[in-house]
Design a protein around this ligand. Structure first.
Ligand code: SAH
Length: 345
């Protein structure tokens, strides 16, 4: 049974009515959870003590407590470590940009996708996060920083499309006018490429940006970096992306982490350009971020520039992702399941 904070407005009305309570109580609860960011029944002063006790008994709420904060000396990026009700610890990142504040949230405790260069998957998957646990990361950061969050990226620990139903609940609630009302256009969901879920996501016709972690211009090379590439070919992923563009009219972002000597030559760039020809898309190049368990090195600046120029020559939109918070292990692929294992010390 889902907790009340993970429910859409419609589901919450049903749950409240099933408890024998009046419908308007659902509106009050939704307002406390998603407008005010409160997940403690005791603080909900417009509910009677009796109702608060009943709610506590029938629908205990999850939790998301700050246990550690790391601030980057380089760019002010902040990594928050949150402890959940069951003792699991997750990481979320807060980034300040000129155009507004962005939060990168985790969607699972751990991850089972096994990408070779990524720290989040080293210990496998522990469990999915509920929609409320994804929301709480945003609400908590907004309260702790006392600043409004305008952008949310689902690019922290976990594979969001491996937790699809909870992700969709999260997105529905986060963008609802009665909640935080974040614009769909200001949200990005990143996936390693689970093809059936890409199609399902396209069918939801949300104006959310879809980012695909591609990282290689051939299936053979992709398989060396990402085990999921054995389940879905690049062509299958691109077909699903074309379907997404058809359904939503939105361009797809391809993330490509450059690993020195592995996927970063001009020939690789030419292969990538050939693959993406005619697709409404944008490529985001990420110099791979080192993790201590693996020996992947960042490409030289000159090779990154050459790679970028080759794509541009082929009329592909491309940017190099600015690295944020590397000194606190807050950059892409550096988030971990549990800081007590030494990841962020
Ligand atoms: N599971 C999702 C989202 C999480 S990771 C996905 O795979 O897209 C967000 C991005 O960081 C992905 O593109 C991922 O492949 C990339 N990434 C992971 N480890 C990295 C590393 N060490 N350096 C650079 N990018 C990395």
């Amino acid at each position: 049974m889902a907790d009340l904070m993970s429910m859409t407005q419609k589901e919450l009305v049903q749950a409240v009515e099933a408890m024998g309570e009046k419908k308007f109580r659902a509106g009050q609860l939704y307002d406390w959870f998603h407008k005010k960011g409160i997940w403690d029944y005791e603080k909900m002063q417009n509910l009677s003590l009796k109702l608060r006790q009943k709610l506590q008994q029938e629908y205990p709420l999850p939790d998301c407590k700050e246990v550690k904060r790391l601030v980057s000396q380089i760019d002010g990026t902040t990594k928050f470590l949150f402890e959940l009700w069951d003792g699991n610890v997750i990481e979320s990142v807060w980034m300040k940009y000129k155009h507004g504040n962005s939060v990168c949230i985790s969607s699972q405790v751990g991850c089972r996708m096994g990408c070779r260069f990524c720290a989040s998957t080293l210990d496998g998957l522990v469990r999915n996060l509920t929609a409320s646990e994804m929301l709480m990361q945003v609400y908590a950061i907004q309260q702790l920083t006392e600043e409004r969050v305008s952008n949310v990226v689902v690019m922290g620990t976990g594979e969001p499309f491996d937790n699809f139903d909870n992700l969709m609940h999260f997105l529905t609630i986060l963008t609802s006018p009665e909640g935080l009302n974040i614009s769909q256009r200001n949200i990005t969901v990143s996936t390693c490429g689970l093809v059936p879920r890409i199609r399902e996501f396209a069918d939801a016709k949300m104006a959310v940006t879809l980012a695909i972690s591609l990282h290689a211009p051939s299936d053979a090379m992709r398989q060396e970096l990402m085990p999921v590439a054995k389940s879905y070919t690049i062509q299958e992923i691109l077909d699903a992306c074309r379907y997404f563009v058809e359904q939503t009219g939105r361009r797809v972002t391809f993330e490509y982490s450059l690993v020195k000597g592995q996927n970063d030559s001009v020939e690789h760039a030419a292969m990538l350009a050939e693959l993406l020809k005619g697709l409404l898309c944008h490529v985001n190049l990420i110099p791979v971020n080192p993790i201590k368990e693996r020996d992947y090195r960042q490409s030289e600046t000159a090779s990154i520039e050459k790679f970028k120029n080759m794509l541009e020559k082929n009329h592909i939109n491309v940017t190099i992702r600015r690295e944020m918070g590397r000194d606190i292990s807050a950059a892409c692929g550096q988030l971990r399941r549990d800081y007590r294992q030494g990841g962020t010390q």
